[in-house]
Design a protein around this ligand. Structure first.
Ligand code: IPM
Ligand code: MG
Length: 349
């Protein structure tokens, strides 16, 4: 078998620290060829653009892409003519055709008391947010004058149908339940969304479908998270709800994601951002990136066994009691990125 080629895109802020740690985890479970490239603010500094054609081509030619995070105060701007780090990530998602973003939320047993929510609320939570990733308001036409601005939200039936199928197929492998989240009481795109999802549901009689308005879904996620199995939703609702859902696992530092759907490689990245406030201090939680490595192995390379090993090693490191600062470790007692990485590598054996 050929050695799989993985493109590493560390990006900005804590990105290089967590991707560096993730590479050690990858090396512990297999043999891979790596290529490392700039994206986001780092690419703006070097090339004046957040994603160069060369980097996009390199990603297209790879078997999988692992990304850290992009953005930071250095590049923050409201000037529509200036490049922004996020354009790198959005360009990559669009350029690779990655319309399906999977964000599984399952609190590690060792972290049930690390969530700001009560243990009895979150115990048993096991859901996945299936977020549409290449349409909607993120990619609609934008206009801007000095005193007005607009962002168009557009969806075609085809875009809704293909993400709905991802959700129903995922539900068939899970507990057979899809909740489609929209704002059909207000938005035309949501009414199309609801119609199309309902129609597609007929092809999956073994899956139970319900529809939920996004404001209610935001409330139910913290009030009654165990009621959810698969949540399918449009791009921006999925962005917001997945940050909220992350807190069920104790920290945004725990949530991995996979972006799939194109003909080429998948993109794997932690859900959290570049955390510029702690960048370079060696204290970032690398676990969301390690869990993204597990998704890369399973969904990107078809290596389910190695994926399971990484996931069990993450659980073992947490069971040993190690906590990074974001997981509520008492001041002065928090594990560093290095310590957490060593613990996971140790558990991998
Ligand atoms: C995410 C992030 C991105 C998004 C940003 C960095 C553009 O918040 O992956 O959830 O909004 O999609
Ligand atoms: Mg987000």
């Amino acid at each position: 078998m050929n050695t799989p080629k993985i493109v590493l895109l560390p990006g900005d802020g804590i990105g290089p620290e967590i991707v560096g740690a993730a590479r050690r985890v990858l090396d512990a479970v297999g043999e891979f060829e790596y290529e490392e490239h700039l994206i986001g603010g780092a690419a703006i500094d070097a090339h004046g653009t957040a994603l160069t054609d060369e980097v996009l081509d390199a990603c297209r030619a790879a078997d999988a892409v692992l990304l850290g995070a992009v953005g930071g105060p250095k590049w923050d701007t409201t000037d529509p003519d200036k490049p922004r780090p996020e354009q790198g990530l959005l360009g990559l998602r669009k350029g690779l055709g990655l319309y399906a973003n999977l964000r599984p939320v399952r609190p590690s047993p060792a972290l049930l008391d690390a969530s700001p929510l009560r243990r009895d609320r979150i115990e048993g939570t096991d859901l996945v947010v299936v977020r549409e990733l290449t349409g909607g308001i993120y990619f609609g036409e934008k206009t801007r004058t000095d005193d007005s601005a607009s962002d168009a939200c557009v969806y075609t039936a085809e875009e809704v149908e293909r993400i709905a199928r991802v959700a129903f197929e995922s539900a068939q492998r899970r507990r057979g339940r899809v909740t489609s989240v929209d704002k059909a009481n207000v938005l035309e795109t949501s009414r199309l969304w609801r119609e199309v999802v309902s129609r597609v549901a007929a092809d999956y009689p073994d899956v139970e479908l319900d529809h939920m308005l996004v404001d209610n879904a935001a409330m139910q996620l913290v009030a009654n998270p165990t009621r959810f199995d698969v949540i399918v939703t449009e791009n921006m609702f999925g962005d917001i709800l997945s940050d909220e859902a992350a807190m069920l696992t104790g920290s945004l530092g725990m949530l991995p994601s996979a972006s799939l759907g194109g003909d080429g490689p998948g993109l794997f990245e932690p859900v959290h951002g570049s955390a510029p406030d702690i960048a370079g201090r060696g204290i970032a939680n690398p676990l969301a990136t390690f869990l993204s490595v597990a998704m890369l192995l399973r969904d990107g390379l078809g290596r389910a066994e190695e994926a399971g090993r990484v996931e069990r090693a993450v659980d073992a490191a947490l069971e040993s009691g190690l906590r990074t600062a974001d997981l509520g470790a008492p001041e002065g007692d928090a594990a560093t990125t290095e310590q957490m990485t060593e613990a996971v590598l140790g558990a991998l054996g």
